[in-house]
Design a protein around this ligand. Sequence first.
Ligand code: PLP
Length: 354
Amino acid sequence: MKKHNFSAGPCILPPEVFMEASQAVLDFNDSGLSILEISHRSKDFIAVMNEACSLAIELLGLKGKGYKALFLQGGASTQFLMAAHNLLQTRAGYVNTGSWSSKAVKEAQLFGEVLEIASSKDANFNYIPKGYDVPAGLDYLHYTSNNTIFGTQVKDFPTTDIPLVADMSSDIFSRQIDFSKFSLIYAGAQKNMGPAGTTLVVIKEDILGKVTRQIPSMLDYKTHIDKDSMFNTPPVFAVYVSMLTLRWLKKLGGVAAAEELNEKKAKLIYSEIDLNPLFKGFAATEDRSAMNATFTLTDEALKDTFDTMCKEAGLNGVNGHRSVGGYRASMYNAMPLASVGALVEVMSELESKA
Ligand SMILES: *Cc1c(COP(=O)(O)O)cnc(C)c1O
């Protein structure tokens, strides 16, 4: 039986994508070859890479605005250091909203002064700081748009002359934002775009060339821009499956359609969390993420019963991250409303049993 997959990442992808990808493993484009064995320099794969990049730019509404999309390796974790390596000359600002932001801060400190201009660490990152001042003269200001572990999401980004950088790993393509506010966006594919193994980088080319340090070729955005993500062998299959997912998203109606569905899913789960006395939300209400809903049981004694019920209902991956405990329902773009409905049903069944 196919499960309802609430895994935080690697995550659910559309069934159509699994079908097409599995066909391409056997025979890609009727070429008599598998996608896994073709040259990354072949005409067929270059077309895949180009389509993946242009779909990413188009779906983010960045066409004709001076941005370049790259598919790199090393995960979002490599972007923590690569962003700083390429952009941090003197001083950068970071809004610290969780474990991933904290890791980004740590890497950036290797390259210059890092001002943590706001943080929600005082409350185990259960909210998004607001009303802080942004000092002038920063090389860039870094955000984590969605905090996968804590289930919070930044709803408003400042309008500022300072270049904005964002780790959007777990909510890229999930909601309409003015993406042109950002000079650099990065996202590990495995949360909302594809399988593990590639990282999308969307960069405004005019922010480069401002640091004086030497940058090793593989870590230099310029290298990958000049070589169209083909400086070295790209992760062919991961890029292909990401491209298929972006095609699926475009057919669905793009980011606007995804957002509409994501809002419905979020409303469904959060109203159950709020109405059911056996559950309590972790994140501050106004900062709740539409991608990752975090919640705990009000009576820990019900844990075994609830876990068993989840298992029997085919709900996978609802256990919370160790730093929050409780439960986390990740509801990325490919998750149907019915899967959230299945979880809500189990939650209300627990209430009627207790
Ligand atoms: C998962 C995640 C990361 C880490 O991604 P890797 O690709 O594993 O390095 C970074 N940031 C956010 C917001 C994440 O959700």
